[in-house]
Unconditional design. Structure first.
Length: 108
């Protein structure tokens, strides 16, 4: 017998209590700005997210409040909040996929 029901997950280890995105050790969720340890912690549907879109692009995020900056590469940029202070961040594309500009690998 095959039961097709959504798997509800309540494991919030390393996740945002509001939008259940993975936040790891961050103090604030990068996606919704909720402080770590806060939120409704509602059971969420643990489904595989299939994302179709453009290839990953390297982006540099800079917090407008505290200046914390980090880079990530994602197809769709949904990181809008600083993981350190929860402030709003700006994002700029720093490297196109398969572009020129190879970064030096270590310094000797
Ligand atoms: Zn969140
Ligand atoms: Zn910040």
């Amino acid at each position: 017998m095959l039961h097709k029901r959504p798997r509800l997950n309540t494991d919030y280890t390393g996740r945002c209590g509001n939008c259940h995105a993975r936040i790891g050790e961050d103090a604030y969720c990068r996606y919704c700005g909720t402080k770590a340890g806060e939120g409704s912690f509602a059971p969420y549907e643990d489904r595989f997210q299939c994302v179709y879109g453009p290839p990953p692009v390297m982006r540099k995020h800079t917090c407008m409040a505290c200046g914390y900056a980090w880079e990530n590469s994602a197809m769709i940029d949904r990181e809008k909040f600083c993981p350190q202070c929860g402030g709003e961040v700006t994002a700029e594309v720093t490297e196109e996929p398969f572009g020129r500009g190879r970064k030096p690998f270590g310094e000797e």
